[in-house]
Design a protein around this ligand. Structure first.
Ligand code: FES
Length: 111
């Protein structure tokens, strides 16, 4: 059985923006795309831990604010590179609220 945690209203995150959510398992960056999809990823670029939540969202990807690597919000993979991946977490929208899967957050290893 999966439990979903209500973390914010969709409106709390600007269009093509992100917000860092503190969970018991650590900080997760939650992104909102122009199409109103939401994606949850670790807030650390696989290159040098750049804060992805401060990057620019375009389509379903985010550009890291430090050195401009482009990371897919859907898969966490670095685009145009053979290596590097950010951990992603299930996220969904229900009645205008953003929900994250509690089980996945609990399984996350805290560094
Ligand atoms: S830390 Fe993200 S591109 Fe360098």
């Amino acid at each position: 059985m999966s439990a979903w945690i209500d973390i914010a209203a969709l409106e709390d995150i600007p269009l093509r923006g992100a917000r860092v959510v503190k969970t018991r398992a650590g900080c997760v960056a939650v992104f909102r795309t122009a199409a109103d999809d939401v994606f949850a990823l670790d807030n650390a670029c696989p290159h040098k831990q750049g804060p992805l939540a401060e990057g620019i969202v375009h389509g379903s990807a985010v550009t890291c604010p430090l050195h401009n690597w482009v990371i897919s919000l859907e898969t966490g993979l670095v685009q145009g590179a053979d290596e590097g991946q950010v951990t992603t977490y299930p996220a969904r929208i229900e009645d205008g609220r953003i929900l994250l899967d509690a089980a996945f957050l609990a399984a996350r290893k805290v560094a």
